[in-house]
Design a protein around this ligand. Structure first.
Ligand code: SAH
Length: 468
């Protein structure tokens, strides 16, 4: 990170804005939301600033900038429209270690002004380090539409009751759980609807009933699918549970990008497959889940893809239920659909594939016991998980049962991740392809005509190996 986001307390501070341009006016308008005293230094003012000067906390000094203007100031913005003037402001301010911003000149600025979503006291700042201002604006618009208008009221309301909650509910964990439920409950909803009276009454009831309701928290487990790796492919529910978890017990397949979305002070316990390292047995994982839930923790069991597709979610669910632990399952985008989308391969297609099968290519004692005859049938798509070590054998079985050696195939490695690879060929070449390209995995093998139609859509048709 080159830019570290901070929130600057500007109560009673003096801010200097050099210039009378429209750009300066935009910055003044932002600063006007604070309680800062805003000094505008400019020989002349544009139309917009002229309207603001002298109103509220904006004061105009009708002259050129001079070094003394920096005295006693805690923030400087230069937007005079004259590079020489702005450059001089920047040099002088930086010599005094004053935070300075030149509009659209990050190289000469010591801070940048982010895109803002303002639900004071809740404020959201968005920046791209100057790399994609339009993207920042779009993000801001999206967040604006997501957040209720009275979100700030809700934050103030909660703040008002903070002492009461602290007095009534012992322990930080209990209070966090209380607030977690509060912000999604009917009292919060009443605040957001502007119904302050009934909200305040509801809050009193809630706080007073708190010791019984929150004193003895019951732990639970959520089996959460995290998708193929791109954090953008998480579900809202997965995201929310990851934010509320006390403990996250995750497979090693779960990407760093996704782990970054976990609440920062949640405990993280990696379990499961890791090459060369000790991995916990399924029985040990089951026991760990029960033990954590019994300790009153909100446990998220985070898995790659979907928990119920080659993820042993069924076993964990049964074990937890047998031990009387509350368990919920949150679906995730499984590797087959995630990789298909990332590679532009439609798994079914009106003309060429009317069925799709997900199969595992691995079992502890070699090739799994599958109905190869059925898998070799025409007009369907086959997606094989965990098939790297048996790729060649799988192709041979299918060809033995009559599937054409020329059937198009694709191998998608690290689907949806930045280093994703899509490799295309035909069935007889599958084993060789995996060798030749030293595919490391995780990867899925896709077999069927649809994989070819996808490659035709791809721009780099000439190279069958597409780095996406
Ligand atoms: N529950 C998971 C599958 C776990 S089994 C799911 O629904 O996706 C592990 C196998 O999933 C890997 O061997 C690989 O075949 C596949 N896989 C998982 N993530 C993948 C990814 N990002 N790209 C390609 N294959 C992936």
């Amino acid at each position: 990170m080159r830019y570290f986001p901070l929130f600057h307390d500007l109560r009673n501070a003096s801010c200097l804005v050099v210039g009378g341009t429209a750009a300066a006016a935009r910055k003044v308008r932002l600063l006007q939301r604070t309680e800062a005293r805003i000094h505008v230094v400019a020989p002349e003012l544009g139309e917009e600033l002229a309207e603001m000067a002298g109103t509220g906390n904006v004061q105009w000094h009708a002259r050129r900038f001079r070094a003394k203007d920096l005295d006693g100031v805690s923030l400087v913005i230069a937007a005079s429209g004259d590079d020489r003037v702005d450059g001089r402001v920047s040099r002088l301010a930086r010599a005094r270690r004053l935070p300075v911003n030149l509009v659209d000149r990050p190289a000469q600025s010591s801070f940048i002004v982010p895109g803002m979503v303002d639900r004071d006291p809740v404020t959201i700042a968005i920046a791209s380090g100057g790399s994609a201002p339009v993207l920042v604006r779009q993000l801001r618009e999206r967040i604006e539409t997501l957040l209720p208008a009275r979100l700030g009221d809700l934050a103030r309301f909660a703040d008002r009751f903070r002492p009461a909650v602290k007095a009534m509910i012992p322990g930080e964990d209990g209070r966090r759980r209380f607030w977690t439920r509060f912000f999604r409950g009917s009292v919060a909803e009443a605040v957001l609807q502007g119904n302050d009276r009934s909200a305040a009454e509801g809050m009193l009831t809630l706080v007073n009933s708190a010791p019984e309701s929150w004193g003895n928290p019951q732990g639970s487990v959520a089996l959460v699918g995290s998708g193929p790796g791109d954090p953008d492919l998480l579900t809202f529910r997965a995201m929310r549970l990851m934010q509320e978890a006390d403990v996250v017990i995750h497979d090693r397949l779960v990407s760093d990008g996704i782990l970054d979305c976990v609440r920062r002070d949640a405990e993280r316990i990696p379990v499961g497959k890791a090459k060369g390292a000790h991995s916990m047995s399924q029985e040990e994982i089951n026991r760990l889940l029960v033990q954590q839930a019994r300790a009153g923790k909100q446990v998220v069991r985070l898995k790659g893809g979907d928990p119920f597709i080659f993820g042993r979610g069924g076993e964990e669910q049964a074990y937890l239920q047998a031990h009387g632990i509350m368990v919920q399952v949150v679906p995730g985008i499984t590797a087959a659909t995630g990789c298909a989308a990332a590679a532009g391969i439609p798994l079914t297609h009106r003309d060429i594939a009317s069925a799709v099968t997900f199969a595992t290519g691995y079992s502890a004692d070699g090739l799994p016991d599958l109905d190869w005859q059925a898998l070799a049938a025409a007009r369907q798509t086959l997606v094989i998980y965990m098939g790297l070590s048996n790729g060649e054998e799988i192709a041979r079985r299918l060809m033995d049962k009559g599937l054409s050696a020329k059937t198009p195939i694709a191998v998608v490695e690290k689907g949806s991740l930045p280093d994703q690879r899509v490799l295309g060929s035909h069935l007889a070449d599958l084993g060789d392809l995996l060798q030749r390209e030293s595919v490391q995995g995780p990867a899925v093998l896709m077999i069927g005509s649809v994989t070819a139609s996808a490659r035709k859509l791809a721009p780099a048709e000439a190279t069958l190996a597409l780095a996406v």
